[in-house]
Structure formats: C-alpha cells, structure tokens
Design a protein around this ligand. Structure first.
Ligand code: ASP
Length: 341
C-alpha cells in the first residue's frame, strides 16, 4: 500500500523526470484525443494500486463499470487503509459505517450509505443499481439487502481501528477535526478522512465512476458525507465526462460539487479549470470554514483529458493508461496558488 511518506518521495522522483516537466499537472500533459483511451484515474496515493487493478479490465477491452468496481475494491480491502472500506475508522459510537456509489455510461447509478458489517460497499451499490428500481439504500436496509444478495456479514472494526477510537474517546471531541494532508504544515497529523473516487473510460469511450469511503472518523452515528450522494461525491455524463471528490463532504454536498464540475466541462471548461471553479465556489460560500478543511475534485472529459484541484496542498491523484500504470500527480491547490501569487 502506498502511504503519504512514499508519496512525498515519489513526488520528488516525479519532479525529476524531465519528460514530466516540473509538475506533471494535467495542464502540461500533451493532448492526443482518442489516443488516451482506455484510461483510469483516481484520488490519492492509494489510487495507484486501485488503478492497476482497474487496468486489468480496461486493457482487455472490458467495460469501465467493471473496471471501477474492481479497482476501488483494492483500498476497500486494504487492512491498513483507515479511511475506506473494511478497516475504516468507526463513528463516535465505535460503529464502522460505510458509504459508496457507482454510476455508469447510461446514467444508471446505485448507492449505499451508513451501511454496517459489509466489507465491499461498492459491490452493494452496484447491486442496488442493477437489481432494484432504487438508487440509494441506507443503514440496516442496505445491510439487509446485501445479505439477501448473498454477501457475507462480517465484523469490520479492526483491532487497530478500535485502538484509535478508544484513544479518541479519551477526549471525545464530537466535532471531528479535519485532516489537512501536508505533513510539513501539520507534522505527524493523522488522516481521519479520505475517499477513493475513481473515473474510467474504456476502449469504447464509455465512462463510469465509483466512490467509496468510511467517511469522517468518529463522526456522529448516521452521518453521511458526499461520497454516496450522486452529484456530490460522483457524477458521470457519458456525453461530457465525469467528476469525483474527496475531503469534507458537507461542503461538497452544499455545492453539489461533482455535478457542478461536469456541467462546467459541458460549458467548455477543461477538467482542471472546472475543478478549480468548483473549489472557488466552496471557498466563496464559506471562506472561514474553507481555511480549515480540505476538499479536492478530480475530473476527466470525454477525450480522456483529466485534471484536479483542491483547497489545500497535499492532494494527489493517480493516473493509469497504456503509457504508464503508476503515475501519481500532486494536485494543484488554492492555497498554494495564493502563496505563489
Ligand atoms: N468525502 C468524505 C466524506 O465526507 C471524506 C473524504 O474524502 O475525506 O465522508
């Protein structure tokens, strides 16, 4: 599993590769429409391993939907990942509740929220999409549906997560502190929330996306963030492109972030500029809150051009195509741009 320390090293390495110039942002990657497909991109350093799994489907000519489901199951199963899936940190009551959604090229979508005792929420989200007339199932209803579909119920709270929760209980501050990933700014900070959002375009040019998280660590029981909300944590429009988000979900929901990014791309914005505009809307609406939190958007357009933008430094995203399967790109950010200007 990739961790942030490795990411910092990787960043240094990436920066030294002449072909990628100083920073391999989407802005300076050459655009060769049509030549970029298939492609898969996803949030954070753990996206590298997830993309590689998705790539197994894409390189065989498989469907983007199958690729994104398989891809995000990697961090969902990772016992060291405490922000996604089965080893996710619990809520303030010690209960692990998971959120996920999935969307395909036809505008079909499925979602589960605040679901307990099921290790792969993305698979249940897909089953909601394919086997029910509904889009979203929550809580016990989602778990019950998963079991009816033959999925095994299991205890998710790992000894490590339990230990972290018990430590948190000592002070039990019921307003979860947001992590900002830049270790230079916050040495030793603990990452208490992150999400894998993944977008893929298959060889036929069809787009799908998946998004899955355990949400904010030690959240109020029943809290649901942006990640399972279609339009907030994820949105795909096969005519235009797709977008996904990570960070403090409340601010993404308030701005219907991923839908906004896709609509901006429809109006002609590049993926990176669409993400930047969505970040600016969040900051404009709540400037005081924005100073203290992280939100990052990641987007891809129909041609396979991609881009990202975040409020704070520290965001990264992974890219995988036929040229390179393990590219990790540091995201641009509002506060870094402010420092530069
Ligand atoms: N967006 C997630 C949530 O609010 C957390 C994250 O991605 O950091 O639940």
């Amino acid at each position: 599993m990739y961790n942030r320390r490795k990411f910092i090293k990787l960043t240094a390495l990436t920066a030294s590769v002449a072909t990628l110039s100083k920073y391999a942002t989407a802005k300076n990657i050459p655009t060769v429409p049509g030549d970029r497909l298939p492609i898969v991109i996803s949030t954070w350093d753990f996206g590298v391993a997830a993309n590689k799994e998705a790539w197994k489907t894409l390189e065989k000519g498989g469907r983007a939907l199958d690729a994104v489901e398989a891809g995000v199951k990697i961090p969902e199963a990772d016992m060291k990942n405490h922000t996604v899936g089965r080893a996710g940190y619990p809520d303030r009551d010690g209960r692990v509740t998971l959120d996920a959604c999935i969307m395909d090229e036809f505008g079909n979508c499925g979602s589960v929220a605040a679901m307990e005792n099921i290790a792969h929420p993305i698979t249940v989200a897909r089953l909601v999409m394919e086997k029910t007339p509904h889009v979203m199932l929550v809580g016990d209803g989602a778990t019950q549906f998963a079991v009816e579909q033959g999925i095994k119920k299991e205890k998710l709270l790992t000894p490590e997560s339990e230990k972290a929760w018990k430590k948190w209980l000592v002070k039990a501050q019921y307003s979860p502190k947001m992590n900002i990933e830049n270790e230079q700014h916050r040495p030793g900070s603990k990452y208490n929330h992150d999400t894998i959002g993944m977008l893929a375009i298959d060889a036929k040019g069809n787009i799908s996306g998946a998004c899955t998280t355990s949400g904010m660590a030690f959240k109020l029981h029943g809290r649901v963030g942006d990640s399972p909300i279609i339009g907030a944590g994820l949105f795909v429009d096969n005519e235009v492109g797709g977008a996904t988000s990570t960070g403090v979900g409340e601010e993404v929901i308030r701005n219907v972030g991923s839908f906004l990014v896709v609509e901006l791309m429809r109006q002609g914005y590049s993926p990176r500029d669409a993400c930047k505009e969505a970040v600016h809307r969040i900051i404009k609406k709540k400037p005081e809150i924005a100073k203290e939190i992280q939100v990052g958007f990641l987007a891809i357009n129909k041609k396979g051009e991609y881009g990202a933008y975040a409020i704070q430094e520290g965001f990264s995203f992974a890219v995988c195509d036929k040229n390179k399967q393990d590219l990790l790109i540091p995201g641009e950010s509002y506060y870094k741009d402010i420092k530069k200007n």
